[in-house]
Design a protein around this ligand. Structure first.
Ligand code: FAD
Ligand code: PHB
Length: 391
């Protein structure tokens, strides 16, 4: 089998690229190691920047999103027994959207399959080669058979644990890494959201985040040790800890209900440079990871694909390969800004295990600096709502 662009991974990055190439008449095949039900039910991100929603709209994949997403104009920072609202829309003119990543993925799969774009589920790529030659090759296993896909270019959209990043020769690759000494215990619960906007809480016991998936489903996170086993937490313990970290506030009562899912995610910042080697382009989590505090992971995957699709379209439509050279550097400018923002939000809101009382006081002072100054609020809002795709 031969195609113009071989895409490894049917997450938001791979599926968006497939759609954008198809709309320009460029052929591609998507290989995904997991089954369709698995990728459609994997609970992950939930917050889309305005720019991401605009791109989903332009590519005809936002019809259901407009019916079901919850549109938010602000967030609250909760610390030192107080609540401070950041009015994102007043400060930036833009909004954010709550819509589960698995819903984005479902919409992208439907759009691609309806247009006849081949997505092979349970097709595990095992090796890529020919990156510096005339033609790239992907070896993969599908329905028990070893198969080969040849292509002009490979899009490595295979997430953090995929195979593509490791195909770049180690002497050319630099990984920038930071591992945080904590993780998030995330739950889904049949409970209406505690508040109609997201609550980011700093507490001496650790961070807590109150978010949502629908008017009847809450999504909440609490900071826990990185190797914590979710099963060590009973439902009562989780609700009690969320209540403590939220604190007592007039007119705000914790909404509880049946917990339907719980899991622990480790927290990490990582950037791979370069993002391109010969015929291989890395995009999304295969090239970078952010701690989820800033809600940037899925949005960065989407902005990488915006830049990559432009480069591929320029090549196939105008025989102009110049954007291949600038793909990585263009993405990395935005990625590093998002890295900084995610690290900043994380360090401002979490409890470091070795923090001294000085550190705790300084952290609260920093939150006051941001929350009580229009300049501080604007800095947070501009980054939270998303920077331009190209900068
Ligand atoms: P993925 O979604 O990981 O997709 C990669 C795909 O490649 C997978 O389907 C995988 O099965 C497949 N694959 C891997 N190896 C192979 C192989 N060898 N062959 C074939 N297929 C392969 N981001 C936000 O923007 N906002 C948020 O609010 C947010 N919250 C988050 C909360 C949590 C708890 C977590 C864990 C993450 C959160 N993120 C958030 C991050 C976001 O989920 C990721 O950044 C996003 O999934 C990246 O998309 P991707 O397409 O690059 O990679
Ligand atoms: C989510 O809804 O899962 C979510 C929202 C905002 C974040 C992180 C996760 O910062």
């Amino acid at each position: 089998m031969h195609t113009q662009v071989g895409i490894i991974g049917a997450g938001p990055a791979g599926l968006l690229l497939a759609r954008m190439l198809h709309l320009q008449g460029i052929s591609c095949v998507v290989l995904e190691s997991r089954s369709r039900p698995y990728v459609e039910s994997r609970i992950r991100a939930g917050l889309l920047e305005q720019g991401s929603v605009d791109l989903l709209t332009e590519t005809g994949m936002a019809d259901r999103l407009y019916k079901e997403a919850m549109v938010h104009e602000g967030i609250e920072l909760v610390f030192d027994g107080q609540r401070h609202r950041i009015d994102i829309t007043a400060l930036t003119g833009r909004k954010v959207y709550i819509y589960g990543q698995q819903e984005v993925v479902k919409d992208m799969i439907v759009a691609n399959l309806a247009a006849g774009v081949p997505i092979l589920f349970e097709a595990q790529a095992s090796e890529i080669s020919g990156l510096e030659g005339e033609r790239a090759t992907i070896r993969y296993t599908h329905e028990g058979k070893e198969e080969v896909l040849t292509c002009d270019y490979i899009a490595g959209c295979d997430g953090f644990h995929g195979i593509c990043r490791d195909a770049i020769p180690p002497q050319l690759m630099r990984g920038h890494d930071r591992i945080y000494p904590f993780g998030w215990l995330g739950i889904l619960a049949d409970a209406p959201p505690t508040k109609d906007e997201l609550l980011y809480c700093r507490h001496d016991n650790g961070f807590a985040l109150f978010t949502m998936r629908s008017p009847t489903v809450s999504r909440c996170y609490i900071q826990v040790p990185p190797d914590e086993n979710a099963e060590n937490w009973s439902d009562d313990q989780i609700w009690s800890e969320l209540e403590t970290r939220l604190g007592k506030h007039e007119g705000l009562t914790l909404s509880t209900g049946k917990i339907t899912q719980k899991s622990v995610t480790a927290m990490r910042s990582y950037v791979a440079e370069p993002m391109r080697h010969g015929r291989l382009f890395l995009a999304g989590d295969s090239a970078h990871i952010v701690p989820p505090t800033g809600a940037k992971g899925m949005n960065l995957a989407i902005s990488d694909i915006y830049v990559l699709s432009k480069a591929l379209v320029a090549f196939y439509k105008k025989n102009d390969a110049s954007l291949f050279e600038t793909y990585g550097p263009t993405c990395l400018r935005r990625i590093w800004r998002a890295q900084h923002f995610s690290w900043w939000m994380t360090s401002m809101l979490h409890n470091l295990p070795d923090a001294s009382p000085f550190d705790a006081k300084r952290q609260v002072a920093e939150l006051y600096t941001i929350a009580t100054s229009k300049a501080g609020q604007t800095l947070l809002a501009e980054n939270y709502v998303g920077l331009p795709f190209e900068m």
